[in-house]
Ligand binder design. Sequence first.
Ligand code: PBG
Length: 332
Amino acid sequence: MHPIVPPFPVTRLRRMRRSAALRDLAQEHRLSVKDLIWPIFITDVPGADVEVPSMPGVVRRTLDGAVRAAEEAAELGIPAICLFPFTDPSLKTETCDEAWNPDNLSNRVIRAIKARVPEVAIMTDIALDPYNSNGHDGLVRDGVILNDETVECLVKMAMAQADAGADILGPSDMMDGRIGAIRTAVEAAGHRDVTIMSYAAKYASAFYGPFRDAVGASGALKGDKKTYQMNPGNTDEALRLIARDLSDGADMVMVKPGMPYLDICFRVKDSFGVPTYAYQVSGEYAMLMGAANNGWVNGEAVMLESLLAFRRAGCDGVLTYFAPRVARLLKD
Ligand code: PBG
């Protein structure tokens, strides 16, 4: 669509920018509270909620704190929250059994929230890293990440989460074949309506650093995740991953990280027209907060502008640590 633009002065594009009213009328994309998914960190460590040092304003919450966050999401109109557990190091093993324990922290929190605030959708994270003593998303043997053996674990993990009442299963591990295996298993178990948001185009990114601090995986991780997460130099591969995960049974797809990968968001939405989400990850949050807290940028303004950019790029929604703050702003 390239309409012919008559020359100046017939066309004066500034006419539509003259007042707030005209700018509002001409605005093509908008950010709404309904576009937000709020990632929260949960912990079994008793006591007050503790701030994550590299993520100012973000805390690890106990079960009660997580329920309060869900209540806050409901009050603010945020449709979904996403849970990430900080696992007690004594529960981390090479076999990762805690990942599919029906009573692990995540599953207890899912049940508690569903009992109290059922209207808030709960998204989970499916990957072994919170439970793995070597910090990887998959099982490791002789330094190699095992694909098919890991998928079997991920299916057990997904089943436990679906049984606990999760609304959106979020496989973030990047193993091949996991979406199909999870879809088949949950369908067979009668969880016909549980949705899957595939972290389909997830890059091996340095922007995940603060997250790994938040879930206590930084010290544990041996090596890097480049044999399963994507090479930041690739675009076409993202489309192949999305196509594969959609045909395997994903209802929604995600691009991660967000801001440095808006070209991928655009191409995904443009090519497939499916529910598309971006994850504005921990390092993006830390970067904006760091600059804002130093007075180098206007924090509120960059937050809103960065989130609007996801909508412009074609995303239907965004996972962002700014969710409650931006929801409060959008409410006023
Ligand atoms: C774990 C997972 C990660 C994130 C979400 N799920 C980290 C990783 O892959 O190492 C990162 C989120 C963020 O940085 O905010 N599979």
